[in-house]
Design a protein around this ligand. Structure first.
Ligand code: CA
Length: 260
């Protein structure tokens, strides 16, 4: 047995170990709430009975605050027509909203969404969440960045890896029980990331969540994850989708995950 062969065997064993490390889930819908088909959803978060939604599009971007139980709109801010809204998160008494290419992180008062500041970020903004002390955002690459919420200065970053390969196009984010959940742009699945290592620890296959008859020409991709800390509910939606769904995860065996 030559050394190259031994090396290959070791690498394959390592890849197999890595590949089997992630858990795979499907889903079941528990509940759904109506959502405006005009919402090109880029940011979603639930806190204290409120639903915060950030939408995108030049001239159409908004930050919206709804009461979760009855869907009443309580506050709304329109972005400047030259700003394309992206991810949203609520930390302390502030709401943060990314912009796509303007290199700005918008900061609002949580109560009435009155603007407070526009902080500078170094590149594109896609998804946004926080771990309780730092903001965490994606920029369309395979990296996630941790920011000081007062200055938007980058503190560190992680590379998101799945089975030894980087996962690019990370989009909307949500911090749930010490893990970062992420949409992957143009994929009907969510990945769950270890915030220390960047490793994908689980995947959620959401194909079929929005039934075909509900899809219209303007219906866009899956995007938007919100965790309700009050009841543990996990809500997901998409861009210009008519519904926001509360889902329950259902374990998939590795073989079933590969065959889907
Ligand atoms: Ca979110």
């Amino acid at each position: 047995m030559n050394i190259c062969y031994r090396l290959c065997v070791c690498l394959l064993a390592l890849l197999a170990t890595t590949a089997s490390a992630a858990e795979h889930f499907s889903f079941r819908v528990l509940e759904k709430k109506p959502q405006s088909r005009s919402h090109f959803v880029q940011g979603l978060q639930i806190i204290d009975g409120m639903l915060y939604v950030g939408t995108g599009g030049y001239g159409q971007s908004r930050l919206l605050q709804y009461r979760l139980d009855d869907g009443e709109l309580l506050a709304e801010r329109r972005l400047h027509p030259r700003l394309f809204g992206e991810g949203v998160t609520v930390l302390g008494d502030r709401v943060y909203q990314l912009t796509w290419q303007a290199r700005k992180l918008l900061v609002y008062n949580r109560d009435d969404l009155s603007p407070l500041a526009a902080l500078s970020i170094p590149g594109q903004g896609w998804g946004l969440t926080h771990d309780g002390s730092e903001l965490i955002y994606s920029d369309g690459s395979h990296r996630l960045y941790f920011l000081d919420p007062d200055t938007a200065q980058r503190q560190r970053s992680i590379t998101v890896m799945e089975s030894g390969m980087p996962v690019a196009r990370l989009n909307e984010l949500e911090w749930i029980d010490g893990r970062i959940w992420a949409n992957v742009w143009q994929e009907d699945r969510i990945i769950v990331i270890d915030p220390a290592s960047g490793e994908v620890t689980a995947t959620v296959d959401l194909r079929g969540l929005l039934p075909l008859p509900e899809r219209q020409p303007g219906t866009d991709v899956l995007n938007g994850i919100a965790y309700n800390p009050e009841d543990g509910g996990i809500w997901v939606t998409g861009k210009n989708w008519p519904w926001m769904y509360r889902i329950e995860l259902r374990p998939l065996t590795a073989a079933a995950a590969d065959s889907r």
